[in-house]
Design a protein around this ligand. Structure first.
Ligand code: PLP
Length: 409
């Protein structure tokens, strides 16, 4: 970054510091990943230069011969990886992908049934603060408050009552599997489209370690920067009959030019995702999450939904008389990065949950013995909230662990 150092020492310094922060902390944020070196190279390459509008072979600017090949590679590889009829690789991120899915097949004001945010859903699933709720008429389904799992019978009844034009399945904070076959039966029973938002779990699906929604869903969206471990961006998959509507809804419907460098990283991750190194990381991600949930549960932390089938572990920290924010801040003080999250029982604006994810530590090569250490560190910290010297000691232990598992060497 020699030129950046000259042009903008302030941003240069902050970038270096961010690099050190990444090396010296343990990342348990479920929606993050450690970007591969090749992703960083592509993101910072000449591919940032080109303005593209339209699709390969049908562009609105000349000079697209190579970027057309890149986008075609990304599309074909994503289709092959997920066995999908059609892929659109232009969405800037997951939210833009979701907007395009809605506008591909709904009219403003149409009814959509999606998961409640506090029960696991996403802002773009019609939360009042999201523009999605201003465009479409959302109702939300909840999990069963006892099991904290989706109650498919209640959902089917809700769908019969509400008669949505689209049913949204998929979540940002729900650690258990979703039954896509049941979801598709419910959607079909009321003549609704099924849209599966697999933003968090796409990497696990790509590795074929958890069930794929592709056979059941009309539309699928995902981000490439969560378990998928590619660059920042979004992808839409759909059945052939919706291909043209989806493409039009992305460009020109909801986006202008897309980012060729981000599209290129999508091509690369779709290639890497077929290789054993990727599948090994996804398996380690799952193994680490199961162990993390078991060990925390053994120490008296209540695990939301009773456990995990994915990379996520959602912890009810009120089981230790803490708020989500207190837990998040205390762990940050020792160098363990997490995020507080609403859980189904939350009725106020205070989050009771702490959402953990094991993607980044799996990429770093951390396995069972490191997960055991991490659980010990978490538990110690959360029992020593106000004990700065103990927290300092624990931070040293975090640093020592990080040194053994460099992100970038
Ligand atoms: C992360 C996420 C998205 C996309 O979010 P962006 O921040 O816009 O990339 C969409 N849906 C779900 C369920 C998510 O978890």
């Amino acid at each position: 970054m020699n030129q950046l150092k000259k042009d903008d020492p302030a941003v240069y310094e902050l970038t270096l510091k961010e690099g050190q922060r990444i090396e010296n902390t343990i990342d348990l944020v479920a929606s993050e990943t450690h970007m591969s070196q090749s992703t960083l190279e592509t993101m910072g390459s000449v591919l940032n230069h080109k303005t593209i509008e339209g699709y390969p072979g049908k562009r609105y600017h000349a000079g697209c011969e190579y970027v057309d090949e890149i986008e075609t590679l990304a599309i074909e590889r994503m289709k092959a990886l997920f066995e999908a009829d059609h892929a659109n690789v232009q969405p800037h991120t997951g939210s833009s992908a979701n907007f395009a899915v809605y506008f591909s097949s709904l009219q403003v004001g149409d009814k959509v049934l999606a998961m409640n945010l506090a029960h696991g859903g996403h802002l773009t699933h019609g939360h009042f603060a999201s523009a999605t709720s201003k465009c479409f008429n959302f109702e939300h389904y909840n999990v069963d408050l006892k099991t904290e799992l989706i109650d498919y019978e209640a959902l089917a009844e809700h769908a019969k009552r509400f008669r949505p034009k689209m049913l949204v399945a998929g979540a940002s904070s729900y650690a258990r599997l979703i039954d896509y076959e049941k979801m598709s039966q419910i959607a079909q029973s009321v003549g609704a489209y099924l849209f599966v938002d697999m933003a968090h779990i796409a990497g696990l699906v790509a590795a074929k370690l958890i069930p794929s929604p592709v056979a059941y869903a009309d539309f699928i969206s995902f981000t490439t920067f969560k378990t998928m471990a590619g660059g920042r961006g979004g992808v839409i998959l759909c059945k052939e009959q919706y291909a043209s509507a989806v493409d039009k809804a992305v460009f020109p419907g909801t986006q202008g030019t897309s980012s060729v460098s981000n599209i290129a990283t999508k091509a690369t991750i779709a290639k890497i995702a077929t290789e054993s190194r990727f599948i090994d990381i996804q398996q380690r991600t799952l193994d680490n999450a199961k162990l993390l949930a078991d060990l925390l549960s053994n120490k008296g932390y209540r695990i939301v939904g009773g456990g995990t089938d994915t990379h996520q572990v959602v912890v009810d920290v009120t089981s230790k008389d803490l708020s989500g924010a207190q837990a998040e801040q205390t762990l940050e003080a020792i160098g363990i990065i997490t995020n507080r999250n609403y859980i189904p029982k939350d009725t106020s604006t205070k989050a009771s949950g702490l959402r953990l994810g094991t993607g980044p530590i799996a990429i770093r090569g951390m396995k069972e013995s490191e997960v055991r250490i991490i659980v010990h560190l978490i538990d110690e910290a959360l029992h020593n909230l106000d004990n700065d010297s103990r927290l300092n000691q624990l931070n040293k232990e975090v640093l020592a662990l990080c040194k053994q598992f460099p992100v970038y060497s």
